[in-house]
Ligand binder design. Structure first.
Ligand SMILES: Nc1nc2c(c(=O)[nH]1)N[C@H]1C(S)=C(S)[C@@H](COP(=O)(O)O)O[C@H]1N2
Ligand SMILES: [Mo]
Length: 509
């Protein structure tokens, strides 16, 4: 067998390592631990104090960069060795790459809190690099054989090895770099988020009365845990906002533009309020509505500093990712708890719910009021500018619509005859619910038991014990608000300003 030139072997090794890094780091964006970050923190743990201090003394906060670069140099040298070995003594080059994988697996699995899937990206990445090394070496060998063939053919095949290996190296390295910057950034923000200590509220929400929570299995919890809170936004990648750099600006038709940073915001007297927010795209009976205990600063106070001009009628809130919402200025200046929120159920806002700060406005759909990752409030007028969803055909003002939902029994499920508890939630934020009724087939409306209201801004749980008789039945629910208005029974689609109609389910007894 003809031996391939040593430079060819080295290139094959580098390309194979890049492929492995790219596959491993990309996979780690979804599952397991990033091999590069796992090995970095492993190395940090093993590094003696004097060496750490030495690196920090000349590199400062770039110490992580120095570490990653050193690791990459080690990987590159090993990769070149692997390529050269594979050229003369296959499969010892592949074995050397396998050894790198073993180091990575040990590193990621010994991190505190490592899950069983933590080493998966390292293993899959190593496998990909070994396959790449073998394929590239085989192709190089094949090309050497045709070197004696007519010059044109030889040139084109050798070019094919070069093109393939350089392309593999570039794509692999780019994939690794992208995955790394995305996840390094998000890890840094998550670390900053975890370090935040939220202040105690100056105005606390009254405790939840025991009568507000109905003991029915399967009913929506009165306060939605953060992990279960519905999520709607246009963000493909979550915005990465560092609270140390974040500010909120109040601009536009104001006497005094205002700018406030995160620490300044946390130092203000905070209000705690339990508020239900919902999405205009929630179909009747749908899931896009949840309730949290929010901690934030009243937006009316911020606006009071800025002093809006008298002819302003809208506040255009802007997210760092370009989303905008247009909120009627009255809703932000009247006495409701329209908050610039920093806390959700006792924790700093989760990143997917707008960290470090978002708006929460009782009584309005999210798309006109609940801007996450908010960075600017521009005081303006509806006849001057349109917000994101309004430009796309949705209503301008977005007040919520009264609605009620059956959570249990689950639609289409079989239940046994006898007493069946029918239960769910009903809401009309900032007005409040006074009555919920359930109808079986075409029968009379039966008044449900209502959980105590927390406030006009939160949904209420309801339940009704149904003496269920065998057969297939339709259950329908309707609510009445505290003004005595009955829920709108007309079936309307979510576009342009929210669905109406009654939620009905069919169950088999
Ligand atoms: N930055 C930003 N904020 C946003 C949105 C968005 O797409 N981007 N969507 C809005 C919509 S349509 C809704 S219903 C609520 C949802 O908030 P949640 O994801 O915390 O439940 O956020 C609002 N705030
Ligand atoms: Mo929404």
């Amino acid at each position: 067998m003809r031996r391939i030139p040593w430079a060819t072997g080295a290139l094959a090794g580098i390309a194979a390592a890049c492929v492995g890094l790219g596959v491993g780091e990309l996979l780690a964006a979804f599952v397991g631990t990033s091999p590069l970050s796992g090995v970095s923190s492993f190395v940090i743990d093993l590094t003696p104090g004097w060496l750490k201090e030495f690196v920090i003394s000349f590199a400062g906060t770039a110490d992580k960069v120095v570490l990653i670069l050193s690791l990459l140099v080690v990987v590159a040298v090993t990769a070149v060795l692997a390529g050269l070995l594979e050229r003369v003594r296959p499969p010892w080059g592949s074995a050397l790459l396998g050894l790198l994988a073993v180091v990575a697996v040990v590193a990621v699995s010994t991190r505190s809190g490592a899950t069983p899937l933590a080493p998966l990206p390292a293993v899959v990445g190593a496998a990909a690099s070994i396959v790449a090394l073998r394929l590239l070496t085989r192709r190089a060998v094949r090309e050497e054989r045709v070197v004696d063939a007519p010059a044109a053919a030889a040139g084109s095949t050798r070019r094919s090895f070069l093109v393939t290996s350089i392309a593999a190296a570039v794509i692999g390295a780019a994939a690794a770099a992208t995955a790394q910057t995305v996840s390094l950034g998000s890890r840094a923000i998550e670390t900053a988020r975890r370090a935040i200590r939220l202040p105690q509220p100056a105005t606390a929400a009254p405790p939840v009365p025991p009568g507000a929570i109905l003991d029915v299995p399967g009913i929506s919890p009165l306060i939605t845990p953060n992990a279960d809170f519905y999520r709607i936004d246009t963000a493909v990648f979550l915005p990465l906002l560092d609270p140390a750099e974040w500010t909120l600006k109040i601009t536009g038709m104001v006497e005094h533009p205002v700018e406030i940073g995160y620490d300044q915001l946390l130092a203000l007297p905070m209000t705690e309020s339990r508020i239900t927010i919902g999405c205009v795209s929630n179909p009747v009976g749908g899931p896009y509505i949840s309730t949290a205990t929010w901690l934030g600063y009243p937006i009316r106070n911020l606006l009071a500093w800025a002093k809006p001009l008298p002819d302003a009628d809208m506040v255009l809130s802007k997210s760092s990712d370009g989303f905008t919402a247009g909120t009627p200025i009255e809703a932000l200046t009247d006495d409701r708890d329209a908050l610039l929120a920093v806390g959700m159920n006792g924790a700093p806002l989760p990143r997917e719910h707008g960290f470090p700060a978002r708006m929460v406005v009782p009584g309005l759909f999210g798309y006109v009021s609940a801007t996450k990752w908010v960075v600017e409030l521009e005081v303006t007028r509806y006849d001057r500018v349109q917000a994101y969803w309004t430009q796309r055909g949705w209503g301008e003002q977005g007040p919520v619509k009264m609605s009620s939902r059956i959570d249990v029994p689950i639609a289409g499920r079989k239940v046994s005859a006898g007493t069946v508890t029918v239960a769910g939630v009903a809401w009309e934020q900032h007005t409040g619910i006074s009555k919920v009724e359930v109808q079986v087939d075409d029968g009379p409306w039966n008044e449900a038991r209502l959980g105590d209201a927390l406030s006009a801004d939160t949904w209420r749980q309801w339940s009704w014990d149904w003496p269920a008789e065998p057969g297939t039945h339709t259950l329908t629910v309707r609510a009445t608000d505290t003004d005595g208005v009955l829920q709108d029974t007309t079936m309307r689609n979510v576009l342009p300003d929210g669905a109406t109609g009654l939620h009905a389910i069919t169950v088999e007894v």
